[in-house]
Design a binder for this molecule. Structure first.
Ligand code: G3H
Length: 478
């Protein structure tokens, strides 16, 4: 059936025996753009079995050879940037240029994994027993890093390629095999990315990509006894997964409510530019988007004016035209955002622009004078709607930030580095950016959330370290 994209298992493209498919709705046209296979549980079982077998051989493949293949895949990925970006435009309405950047960034990420892996994993440790009381120098401990086995990678819709390779790259260089379950929106871009790994010549079974309905294979995958590690990026589903998963290491990144704290001495032009970039790029559909501005009352009017002027310049429309604001991923997402906007309206927020929506396209909206009783003060819209809360003290800002159930990133704008450091220390988030909007990259930086924002730390180096286990061999002398 030429209309339905095949899934990838055992080094081959396959049709599901289920005879069923899942439709991918283009967020802009709201019509079916592509279809992917609805894999069955039986097919998942087979994939797990081949992943297990392939991993054993891969773990014995010299590290430099693993790195070589990853470099090759990175190159192929970059060569295929145009068709993959095209899928991102159609499946998730990512603006055309950002879609290309996502693929290029992914190629760079894979290469960096290869570079980092050969160095990091090529070293171990050597310990002697005589440092611990009661021991002679009769035991030598050799410590190395061994792979975990089969890594289950589940990326979200907003970076179906980049947040897939940020799991695949570290897993593979460390000697693991990969079972990828892409998000439905973005599945075809992910399949195309997997095709690049196929072309690079990885052994069959080492990488698989199963598509299908979460309701059918979601729990089945995450609770599968063949899985030795789960790396997940997404929303609340991650909390459910962490409760159901077996005794395997989890790496989770589950969103945020990143605060932007603006002090009186801040460079307001810099702040406004960063609020636009941080709050509205990819229409606010980033876990690291600025999701609440906490600004000192004395500079709030000026800042709001500057942001308003920049919002007016944002290009709203289809992703093909490389507009700044494009349709949000689904109708249900647009409805959810609208619910937050209505709640803010009823409770008296100041609308800096008129609320406007056509289909899944929501015009950028800045809400001023937001108060803590409004849902938008706490919830993640994942859309182009940004609340501004006016504060009278820094403590009030820190308090709001820390009262959130999320703790991904935050940012603070001030010219006083001492104040910035104190605020950074006080903010309960995985990262604090001083004088810039939150962001995950550069991709080798540690990336982590606390509280409901996640488990563990990502970034290339941390991901590689998370996807290995320590193995000791002790030589006992007579
Ligand atoms: O959506 C979550 C991503 O990890 C954010 O990545 O900061 O590069 O947009 P980004």
């Amino acid at each position: 059936d030429g209309d339905v994209f095949k899934y990838y298992a055992d080094g081959e493209w396959k049709k599901s025996g289920s005879g069923k498919s899942v439709a991918i709705i283009n967020p802009t046209t709201r019509k079916t753009q592509y279809k992917v296979q609805a894999c069955s549980q039986e097919e998942v079982n087979k994939v797990m079995e081949s992943a297990k077998v392939a991993q054993k051989l891969w773990a014995r493949t010299p590290l430099w050879k693993r790195a070589e293949l990853l470099h090759k895949a990175a190159g192929v990925l970059k060569e295929h940037k145009a068709p993959i970006a095209e899928c991102l435009v159609k499946e998730i309405a990512k603006p055309a240029k950002d879609a290309v950047s996502e693929v290029v960034r992914s190629g760079d990420l894979v290469s960096y994994c290869a570079e980092e892996g050969v160095r990091l994993l090529g070293q171990g440790a050597f310990l002697t027993s005589d440092s611990f009381p009661g021991n002679e120098r009769t035991k030598y401990c050799l410590v190395s890093k061994i792979p975990l086995g089969v890594v289950l990678a589940i990326p979200p819709f907003n970076y179906p390629v980049n947040l897939a390779v940020s799991k695949i790259g570290p897993a593979l260089i460390a000697g693991n095999s990969i079972v990828l379950k892409p998000p439905t929106q973005g599945a075809v871009a992910a399949l195309h990315m997997v095709h690049c790994f196929h072309l690079a010549g990885f052994p069959k079974g080492l990488i698989s990509c199963v598509t299908g309905k979460g309701s059918e294979i979601g729990d089945f995958l995450t609770m599968h006894p063949g899985v030795n590690c789960i790396s997940f990026t997404g929303g609340d589903t991650g909390i459910a997964i962490s409760k159901k998963a077996g005794m395997v290491p989890l790496q989770m990144e589950l969103g945020g409510k990143d605060a932007c704290i603006v002090l009186e001495d801040a460079d307001l032009d810099l702040v406004a530019a960063n609020i636009i970039k941080g709050g509205f790029s990819y229409s606010g559909q980033r876990c690291t988007a600025i999701k609440v501005v906490l600004v000192m009352e004395s500079v709030a009017d000026d800042l709001v004016e500057k942001v308003k002027a920049k919002v007016a310049k944002l290009k709203v429309g289809p992703p093909e035209d490389d507009c700044d604001i494009t349709p949000v991923v689904s109708e249900s997402s647009a409805n959810f955002i609208e619910g937050l906007v209505k709640d803010a309206k009823e409770k008296g927020a100041t609308f800096c622009q008129e609320y406007k929506r056509e289909g899944n396209l929501i015009w950028p909206l800045l809400l001023d004078h937001v108060r803590p009783d409004m849902r938008i003060a706490w919830e993640e819209p994942f859309g182009p709607v940004l609340p501004v809360i006016r504060i009278t003290s820094v403590e009030e800002g820190i308090h709001h930030c820390n009262a959130s159930n999320f703790g991904l990133q935050g940012c603070v704008f001030t010219k006083d580095i001492n104040k910035a450091m104190l605020i950074s220390d006080a903010m309960e988030t995985g990262t604090v950016q001083i004088n810039s909007a939150p962001a995950r990259g550069p991709d080798h930086f540690p990336f982590q959330g606390i509280k409901d924002s996640g488990i563990g730390s990502q970034g290339i180096t941390n991901s590689i370290n998370m996807m290995v286990k320590v193995k000791s061999t002790v030589i006992n002398l007579p």
